[in-house]
Design a binder for this molecule. Structure first.
Ligand code: SF4
Ligand code: SF4
Length: 363
């Protein structure tokens, strides 16, 4: 399998890696079989987390005898020194190893949390101490808000960054990937098959919220057969300036589909480039969440995310369906303006919401 350099870590990682979240749903023998199949088919980057059920334990059981041929990245969701030290020790045990390749601060989605984790009493200090002791080689960070991750990357403390990136979730391309490149930080892309609609779906074959669902518009965009849609979605992410893309894998079939896409990847065709390129203009919501909460409980980011799906990507019926599933729609906006003063992109949110409601309520 093709490998790419993971930024300044200089590790060579498989272009498709293993997202370990979903193996926690499998029995131990099934999970071991899936992870081992991935290794046998050329995957060498395995991503897991203490918070992902017993995923670490299963990855440890599957890979302990080939440990040195793999790059294992896990995460600590703790924000303080003491708690993250406990996380770290238990992760080593569960993964059946005496050293990690990468320890990542897990799910840093706002600046306050980032500041806490990076403070003198924060979890970053534990990671650095572990690195001094030779228990881990590199330190990474994960999150869903590219704007926050840019700050982390610019701090110089992190060697890798893990962020959602897929055909319809492209915020990371705007500022984060250029910042990572400038600082030689390795980028791993997660959630390549989900649209980050309302939940954090990472599994290949989730119905309804995923890029591989049966929505007719998605079939037109990515391919009629499920496998074709998976391949198309992975190919798009591989075409970006990232080192590895890690779909959540939980079956032998999924592993085979993902590795086949990687094996066959040799850049996007001219037709794919045309089909998968979209114009955003200036006024689009980056989903940073800074405008929330709204006193009327409108999930502004979700409404505008669906509006982007509709207007930028042309996935109108899907967007309407998703919008119809929101508990509070944009019609209840009072125009108070609280959100607009908080938006870092100075978006005219109230008028955008009105337009979004009008468009997504049209029959
Ligand atoms: S202007 Fe509308 S959307 Fe914005 S905070 Fe006020 S009620 Fe909420
Ligand atoms: S409207 Fe502005 S503040 Fe709100 S999520 Fe979008 S980009 Fe962020």
């Amino acid at each position: 399998m093709q490998k790419r350099r993971l930024g300044r870590t200089n590790l060579q990682v498989s272009i498709v890696g293993f997202g370990g979240t979903w193996i926690s749903e499998l029995t131990m023998p099934d999970a071991v079989g899936v992870v081992r199949r991935a290794f046998d088919l050329g995957i060498n980057y395995f991503d897991t987390a203490k918070l992902d059920g017993d995923s670490e334990e299963k990855i440890g059981a599957a890979l302990h005898d080939v440990r040195d041929q793999c790059v294992i990245a896990t995460k600590t969701g703790s924000r303080t020194k003491r708690e993250s030290l406990e996380d770290f020790k238990s992760s080593l045990q569960r993964l059946q190893t005496d050293r990690l390749d990468i320890i990542q601060l897990h799910g840093i989605d706002d600046e306050k949390t980032l500041a806490k984790a990076m403070s003198a009493e924060g979890s970053l200090q534990t990671c650095k101490e572990a690195r001094r002791q030779g228990l881990v080689d590199f330190i990474g960070i994960t999150g869903h808000k590219p704007r926050v991750l840019v700050k982390a990357v610019e701090s110089g403390e992190f060697d890798t960054v893990l962020v959602p990136l897929n055909v319809v979730t492209r915020q990371a391309l705007e500022e984060l990937l250029p910042a990572a490149k400038a600082h030689d930080v390795g980028v791993i892309a997660m959630k390549p098959l989900s649209a980050k609609t309302s939940t954090l779906i990472t599994c290949l074959y989730q119905p309804s919220l995923s890029l591989v669902s049966d929505e007719p518009e998605l079939k037109t965009l990515l391919g009629q057969k499920t496998e074709a849609r998976v391949e198309s979605a992975l190919r798009y992410v591989m075409s970006q300036d990232i080192a590895s893309v890690i779909p959540g894998l939980k079956s032998l079939g999924e592993v085979e589909t993902a590795t086949k896409a990687a094996e066959q990847y040799n850049g996007l065709t001219a037709e794919e480039q045309k089909r998968l390129s979209f114009k955003f203009g200036e006024k689009w919501c980056r989903d940073c969440g800074k405008c929330l909460p709204c006193p009327q409980n409108i999930n502004i980011a979700a409404v505008l995310r669906f509006h982007t799906l509709s207007e930028v990507y042309g996935l109108r019926a899907w967007a309407r369906k998703l919008y119809g599933g929101l508990e509070v729609n944009a019609e209840v906006c009072t125009g108070c303006g609280e959100c607009e003063v908080k938006c870092p992109y100075k978006l005219p949110i109230t008028s955008m919401l009105k337009k979004a409601h009008r468009r997504m309520r049209q029959e």
